[in-house]
Design a binder for this molecule. Structure first.
Ligand SMILES: CN(C)C(=N)NCCC[C@H](N)C(=O)O
Length: 281
């Protein structure tokens, strides 16, 4: 008889959630009146009422998970202000302000800056174009920074100097994934999920070197903005249509929390875009 190999059951790691503090902006003035990314079609229109209902469900999901949510008042004439992640990058109580690429969103930078200053954050007015956490994603030891469509590489250096954290530049090459947070999200402080096709060959090699155990997402999941997700280290809030990604997350011991943000996707945004993390450490 052949000796039988002892079978080893796969070990799914226990994941730990860390309580977060998020800033959000109710989409009362949401609309698609201009097109600054390939997802936007002003002729197709969008409903602020539907957007508010979907956004409320996202806010409630965060609260149910035990996170704190603060709100900034939406301003008329700024239909994209719901995308709070673009408003700044906040790390260790310091806020590196946003300076938007397109004039349509320019007034959002000062609005978020004022809110953060009033909240006691040390706010830096940026010299260089950058769209906040849309293109800066923070892990324990470093900050990943996107460029290619919106944020200028000079802003990566400016953020590094102000925040005192290493910033690693990644080049985006597919216009559907115009912000880093449409193509990659931190699973926890040390690992990420991403769609390789969104990055230049050199940046893909950097990601492989930094994160050999990364979760690699399919194009189908990326194309429904599934990577525009928010993880607290255990629970991952993501677009409901990203079913393959949700399964892969569950297989790694994460708890996928699906949300429906189809109305906001008409402007090119998902759960992460609506969520600016206020990090005190
Ligand atoms: C990661 N974040 C924040 C985003 N991807 N933001 C969505 C911005 C959508 C807006 N219409 C724009 O094109 O700027």
């Amino acid at each position: 008889m052949e000796p039988t190999q002892p079978s080893v059951a796969p070990v799914t790691p226990e994941r730990t959630a860390l309580r977060r503090h998020y800033l959000m902006c109710r989409p009362e003035h949401f609309a698609v009146t201009y097109a600054i990314n390939p997802w936007m079609d002003p002729a197709a229109g969008a409903s602020a009422e539907k957007a508010v209902a979907q956004w409320e469900a996202l806010r409630e999901a965060y609260v149910a998970l035990g996170h704190e949510v603060s709100l900034i008042d939406p301003l008329p004439g700024l239909p994209d202000m719901v995308f709070a992640a673009n408003g700044a990058l906040v790390v260790g109580g310091r806020a590196y302000g946003a300076r938007f690429t397109f004039p349509e969103r320019a007034a959002e930078g000062p609005a978020y800056g004022e809110w953060l200053r009033a909240g006691g954050f040390d706010v830096r007015e940026p010299e260089h174009t950058n769209e906040g956490e849309g293109d800066f994603l923070t892990l324990d030891g470093l900050i990943l920074a996107g460029t290619g469509f919106r944020t200028d590489v000079a802003a990566h250096q400016e953020a590094q100097e102000f925040l005192g954290r290493p910033v690693v530049t990644l080049r985006l090459v597919d216009p559907r994934f115009y912000h880093l947070d449409t193509a990659l999200f931190p699973l926890d402080g040390n690992n990420v999920a991403y769609y390789p096709g969104a990055f230049s060959p050199g940046s893909r090699a950097v990601l492989e070197r930094l994160f050999p155990d990364a979760l690699i997402a399919s194009e189908a999941d990326a194309a429904v903005l599934g990577l525009n997700a928010v993880s607290d280290g255990r629970n991952v809030v993501l677009n409901a249509e990203a079913t393959g990604l949700a399964e892969a997350l569950a297989a790694r011991g994460f708890n996928p929390v699906p949300v429906d943000l189809t109305e906001l996707r008409k402007a090119g945004g998902g759960p992460k875009c609506c969520t600016l993390e206020l990090r005190s450490v």
